[in-house]
Design a protein around this ligand. Structure first.
Ligand code: NAP
Length: 293
């Protein structure tokens, strides 16, 4: 079986690596910045190709994990896109966080060429990718999913088909909406406790075992208290994701008042120079307000 991988960023690099180390698969990679592809080939056996089309030629499965809708369209249906050279019956698996519209459009274009397409955005962050324990939300046909799932299992601990094309992206939107308000609530709570003079590490040790507990509280409270944000899932990425959620809500009519507000708070974090800071940097807004006061 031959596999191609497009996009060796923070997420794609280790995910593609698991296909080799755990899946024992032969993988050809493409990365826009060629040096990353060379580094990947040095770390994991395999080969690199100079364009998505060349990487995808003859492959049974083509994976992608790039930035946004435009990037995804470029590597699939752009001038050197993978769809040009994929063989009939091959499946394209997209791990980019993109819009449901792009997923449906690309699935239809793939189907018209005899190709499969599964939208499969992920949750679990850099650590989840490196440890091969991602959560993967999929949209597509049952037949395409059945072919893709055994390969996705090499870097995931939960993978599920949630409906027709676009459903994976819609599920990822649900995920991001649920996170946005929660992180803002946690930032307010930690800031409030610190201002009240409480030992917040001790407070969190207690309340994380009760109804307020969450992954964010467990994994992010310490660094929020310390004001450290140079890791994790960047505010720039979160704004991209929340923009996708807000667009979709205008179509389906679901109100997202808290999500819209938190999106603006992330815009303030960007203005503070925190575009690459982790999403928990919402608390930095309060620290900045303190400085201004
Ligand atoms: P990243 O480190 O910035 O990597 C993005 C990758 O896409 C790089 O390989 C980049 O190539 C490539 N790329 C971007 N635009 C391209 C284009 N037009 N043509 C070809 N290649 C292009 O991002 P990441 O953190 O891996 O995230 C990738 C996706 O996963 C995003 O959609 C993100 O929202 C999602 N995601 C990320 C996380 C996380 O914690 N990081 C968690 C869940 C989901 P270059 O090397 O040349 O820049």
């Amino acid at each position: 079986m031959r596999v191609a991988w497009i996009g060796l960023g923070v997420m794609g690099f280790p995910m593609a690596g698991h296909l080799v180390s755990r899946g024992k698969l032969s993988v050809t990679v493409y990365n826009r910045t060629a040096a990353k592809a060379e580094r990947w080939v040095q770390n994991f056996a395999g080969s690199a190709a100079p364009t998505p089309a060349q990487a995808a030629a003859g492959a049974d499965f083509v994976f992608a994990c790039v930035g946004n809708d435009d990037d995804l369209r470029q590597v699939t249906v752009g001038p050197d896109g993978a769809f040009q050279t994929m063989k009939s019956g091959a499946v394209f698996i997209d791990h980019t966080t993109a819009s449901a519209i792009a997923a449906r459009e690309l699935q239809a274009m793939a189907a018209s060429r005899g190709l499969g397409f599964v939208d499969a955005p992920v949750s679990g962050g850099q650590a989840g990718a490196e440890n091969g324990v991602l959560t993967v939300m999929c949209g597509g046909t049952q037949a395409d999913y059945a072919k893709a799932e055994p390969l996705i299992s090499h870097f995931s601990r939960m993978c599920k088909l949630l409906g027709p094309p676009g459903s994976g992206q819609l599920a990822k939107m649900v995920n991001q909406i649920a996170i946005a308000g929660l992180v803002q609530g946690l930032a307010e709570a930690v800031n409030f406790g610190m201002r009240a003079g409480l030992d917040m590490e001790a407070v969190v040790e207690v309340i994380s075992k009760g109804a307020a507990g969450s992954w964010q509280m467990e994994n992010r409270h310490k660094t929020m208290i310390q004001g450290k944000f140079d890791f994790g899932f960047a505010a720039d990425w979160m704004r991209k994701d929340l923009g996708i959620c807000l667009d979709e809500s205008r179509r389906n009519g679901a109100p997202l008042p808290v999500t819209a507000l938190v999106d603006q708070f992330y815009a303030e974090v960007q203005k503070l120079g925190g575009g690459r800071w982790d999403t928990s940097s919402l608390i930095a807004r309060f620290q900045n307000l303190d400085r201004k006061a």
